[in-house]
Design a protein around this ligand. Structure first.
Ligand code: HEC
Length: 474
């Protein structure tokens, strides 16, 4: 390029820029001022309400002008840097239906609102508050609501607790669930909830064990690795260590630290701040066999380092039934490594777990699960033909929002594919959430221990439906 051409190019670029600026300022003079009621509230209600409402995980509500106004400056900063709304996966891999990232036009609107003095505008322009912020169900009116039968009280400065509650479904026949929503009774103390489907026999054995204080493991190998610390299950510090269980099947089998079906039953639904709802595509559903119990596994945690008064919780689960038996049933599986040990001070400790897929499946969701030292997690697959693909890459895992990533379209995985979950943990002083960088860390329920689970929802053919079709039955 000659000097003259370069100069010309710069001139044109400068003119374009100049023109752009002129053009937009002329534009904003003629455009009406951006207001909270008309322009900004719809964005907040849609993209921030999950967490920024009264008594939820975020430090403040943004559901009214009065509440949002003092935060205007900070809001501008957090949306421009895309720290808010939080969204952890690298967009290079996978397309997700619940991708909450703001459109650039929304960011521009928020910036214009703040720069224009964060005006309220006419309250008549306000859209309706999202129903769920008023205590309503997000999934719509449930066909059945299963509730904890008594209150649980979290005392001021209570330690972390895992408490199980069993609720009989009293279902007389098998039920197919289209949508499920866990509604925490008290979001200040309900850290997360998992609802498991347990056959009556399993549930009764577990309830009995709790009553007699004899908590047991169904799996002898696990029992030898684990111990009970109050209500919390933890791996013994001196249990055998395998950080990568992929080539060690014996260890992989011992690895079901939590969430294994034989231990807890099949997973029905989960709640964690910002996780999203368990609503499954029409034609797919989760099965709850007749007579089952639902076990709520409640993780209670004193909110933000302490409570001012004891807090009471009574959590419930709303279920919507499928209109007819589905073609495909949804099954949740976790690829787990529970035999790792993270050395004190280690800033980048790698832990790997694998699973070889026993039949053709379609993946619906991904949900990485770790605790406060969790740094990143990657889901990779190696197909039977040797081709490798990354399904999910979460480079900055956040314990605060354990999002479930809902694939826009299910991903087909043929039988024999190897799924590899790779996680890193930061047990150094650099990790500001680290409860104690001087301690070696193993698997355990409490947030000061660690976990390593790559959860999936997958679609399987519904054998009952197909059998009925084959025999011509209904
Ligand atoms: C998934 C939950 C979630 C969503 C959705 C979300 N936030 Fe947040 N937000 C949080 C949490 C939790 C914090 C506190 C962060 C911390 O303590 O590290 C926070 C912090 C903030 C802060 C900083 C507050 C401070 O102390 O300075 C701002 C500003 C903010 N959010 C704005 C927004 C806006 C605007 C939206 C929507 C466009 C949004 N957030 C969506 C969870 C969320």
């Amino acid at each position: 390029m000659t000097a003259k051409k370069l100069f010309l190019g710069l001139l044109i670029a400068a003119a374009a820029l100049g023109f752009g600026t002129l053009h937009s300022s002329a534009n904003s003079n003629t455009k009406k001022a951006v207001t909270f009621s008309k322009d900004v509230a719809p964005i907040f209600f849609k993209n921030c309400a999950d967490c920024h409402r009264a008594n939820d995980i975020a430090p403040m509500s943004l559901m009214s002008y009065k509440e949002a106004r003092p935060w205007a400056r900070s809001i501008k900063e957090k949306v421009v840097t895309r720290e808010m709304p939080p969204w952890s996966p690298d967009p290079k891999y996978g397309e997700f239906a619940n991708d909450h990232r703001l459109a650039q036009t929304d960011i521009d609107t928020i910036v214009a609102w703040v720069d224009g003095g964060a005006k309220e505008g006419n309250p008549k322009d306000l859209p309706a508050l999202p129903a769920f912020t008023q205590g309503g169900w997000q999934i719509g009116k449930p066909d059945v609501v299963l509730s904890m039968e008594k209150d649980w009280v979290v005392e001021v400065n209570a330690p972390d607790n895992y408490i199980n509650f069993w609720i009989p479904t009293n279902f007389k026949e098998d039920k197919w669930i289209q949508a499920a929503e866990i509604m925490p009774g008290n979001r200040k103390v309900v850290h997360h909830v998992i609802a498991f489907i347990q056959p009556a026999k399993m549930a009764e054995a577990r309830m009995n064990a709790e009553k007699t204080g004899k908590r047991t493991s169904n799996n002898n190998q696990q029992a030898s690795m684990m111990y009970w610390d109050g209500t919390l299950r933890r791996v013994k510090m001196d249990a055998p260590v395998v950080d990568n269980t992929c080539d060690n099947q014996a260890m992989a089998r011992r690895a079901g630290g939590g969430g294994g079906e034989e231990q807890e039953g099949a997973l029905l639904a989960g709640y964690a701040p910002g996780k999203g709802l368990d609503v499954w595509p029409v034609g797919t559903a989760k099965k709850v066999p007749a007579g089952s119990y639902i076990m709520f596994q409640m993780h209670y945690s004193a909110f933000r380092g302490g409570l001012l008064k004891p807090e009471i919780d009574r959590t419930k689960l709303g279920l919507i039934f499928a209109k007819e038996p589905p073609d495909k049933m949804i099954y949740t599986a976790g690829v787990v490594n529970a035999t790792f040990k993270i050395p004190a001070g280690d800033g980048n400790h790698e832990v790997v777990a694998c699973m070889t897929v026993p039949r053709d499946i379609e993946l619906l969701t991904y949900m990485p699960h770790m605790h406060l030292r969790g740094k990143d997690m990657r889901y990779d697959v190696i197909y039977p033909d040797g081709k490798k693909e990354t399904l999910l890459w979460v480079p900055k895992f956040s314990f605060n929002w354990q999002t479930m990533y809902y694939l826009k379209t299910p991903v087909k995985i043929p039988k024999g594919t190897k799924v590899i979950i790779t996680a890193h943990f930061d047990n150094s002083t650099k990790n500001k959430y680290n409860p104690d960088p001087t301690k070696d860390v193993r698997w355990g329920d409490p947030t000061y221990d660690e976990m390593m689970i790559g959860w999936f929802d997958m679609l399987l053919d519904n054998p009952t439906k197909n059998m009925a079709a084959k025999t011509g039955g209904k």
